[in-house]
Each structure stands twice: as structure tokens, then as C-alpha cells.
Design a protein around this ligand. Structure first.
Ligand SMILES: CC(C)(COP(=O)(O)OP(=O)(O)OC[C@H]1O[C@@H](n2cnc3c(N)ncnc32)[C@H](O)[C@@H]1OP(=O)(O)O)[C@@H](O)C(=O)NCCC(=O)NCCS
Length: 185
């Protein structure tokens, strides 16, 4: 099943919309499908090694096209893409039982414009539709943008996430069924 999730920049990213005026139209966030895999592979090739390392928590690991295809269509969960003239960001929700792991990669030239925040909100919104009520994120402790994103998500969910360290990796655990504050807060 596919459905479009309309980008609502004035609501979803609030004041950050101003930064998107450089684009002729705001990107669209929608459910990914297998036809997106080639564009997702191409997007990975445009990303810096640093962004890929933060996403995959490895200095050298890079997913193969087959692995990216699996992420697009997980046995449980879903993936979202943000699309401008091409795919510019991908967010994955890979479920196991009632829990899931979430991860996001925004192409470097599009970072800092509110796309990661918007995609994370949409992932949390669709999680219950996949039987998921707990979402974990694994982050490098030096990943300042991702930590700021987590802080924003914490403010919008009624309750702080639990967190734990494993060496340089911090794991945040959110419950997704709690009441949410309005978007744009
Ligand atoms: C982490 C990531 C997903 C955030 O997406 P994004 O679209 O850049 O984030 P947003 O524009 O929504 O901003 C989220 C927060 O990060 C901050 N941020 C974004 N880029 C930043 C940068 N280069 N330096 C410092 N802070 C930054 C924003 O200011 C914002 O915080 P604020 O609202 O408190 O100011 C994106 O940077 C990315 O893809 N990084 C590489 C992969 C990764 O780290 N994934 C996360 C682990 S799965």
C-alpha cells in the first residue's frame, strides 16, 4: 500500500520554511516503494563519508543496492523518502515485534532545513500503523545535528526517551503512542 504524505512546510517545520525559499517547491515526503531504490542508491553516492558513517555507525560500511532494497521494504515497518527533483532523504523504520529501529539520512546539501525533523515526525506517526509502539535510535555521541533532532522529538512527545551508552553509541528509546504536541511547536 502506498500513500502520499504532503509536506506542509508552514506547519511541519515552522520558521525553518524560510530556508526553503531557494527551492522552487518544497520537497514531498512520501512512503518509499521498490521503484525508489535506484534513486536512493544514487543519493547515497552523493552523500559525504561523514554522513554515511553517522547513518550506518561505521567508518567504512556502505549498504549494497540489495541491502537498500531490503530497507525500503522491510518485513515489518516502512521507509519514507523526501523527493525534490530526485530523492534527497530517506528514513527507515525496521520493526521487530512491537519495537522498531529508526534511522534517517538527509543528503548533505539539504541538511539543516528541517527535513530530518519532518521525516522523523512522520515516522513516529506511521509507526503505530505497523504495530510498533517503541522506536529506538542509535546515534554516534558526536553527532550534534542528530542529538538536536532527538531533543526536539523529546519535546514533542509526552515523556523523555530512555537512553543508554555502548561505547561511543547512544541508544534512545521512544514510546510512540503517547500524546503529541501540535506540529510546528
Ligand atoms: C541528523 C540528520 C538526519 C538531521 O537532518 P536535518 O534535515 O539536517 O535536520 P533538521 O534541519 O531538521 O535539524 C534538526 C536539528 O539539527 C540541527 N542541525 C542541522 N544541521 C546541523 C549542523 N550541521 N550542525 C549543527 N546542528 C545542525 C538543526 O539546527 C536542528 O536543531 P535546532 O532546531 O535545535 O536548531 C541529518 O543531518 C543527517 O542525515 N545526518 C547524517 C546521517 C545521520 O546522522 N543520521 C542520524 C542517525 S540515524
Amino acid at each position: 500500500m502506498t500513500f502520499d504524505i504532503e509536506w506542509a512546510p508552514d506547519v511541519v517545520i515552522g520558521r525553518r520554511y524560510k530556508r526553503l525559499q531557494v527551492a522552487p517547491a518544497p520537497p514531498t515526503i512520501r512512503l518509499a516503494d521498490p521503484s525508489d531504490v535506484d534513486a536512493i542508491v544514487a543519493m547515497h553516492e552523493r552523500c559525504t563519508a561523514r554522513s554515511l558513517s553517522y547513518r550506518y555507525l561505521s567508518g567504512t560500511f556502505r549498504p549494497t543496492p540489495a541491502q537498500l532494497a531490503q530497507l525500503v521494504s522491510p518485513a515489518q515497518g516502512c521507509s519514507l523518502v523526501a523527493v525534490d527533483t530526485c530523492v534527497i532523504a530517506v528514513a527507515n523504520l525496521v520493526g521487530q515485534g512491537s519495537c522498531a529501529e529508526a534511522a534517517i539520512l538527509v543528503e548533505d546539501s539539504w541538511q539543516g532545513r528541517g527535513i530530518g525533523t519532518a521525516m522523523m515526525r512522520h515516522l513516529f506517526d506511521v509507526a503505530p500503523q505497523h504495530g510498533i509502539d517503541g522506536v529506538e535510535l542509535h546515534l554516534d555521541a558526536g553527532n550534534t545535528p542528530a542529538l538536536r533532532l532527538i531533543r526536539k522529538m523529546s519535546r514533542q512527545i509526552d515523556g523523555e526517551p530512555q537512553w543508554s551508552f555502548d561505547g561511543p553509541i547512544i541508544t534512545f528509546s521512544f514510546t510512540t503512542t503517547r500524546p503529541r504536541t501540535p506540529p510546528g511547536d
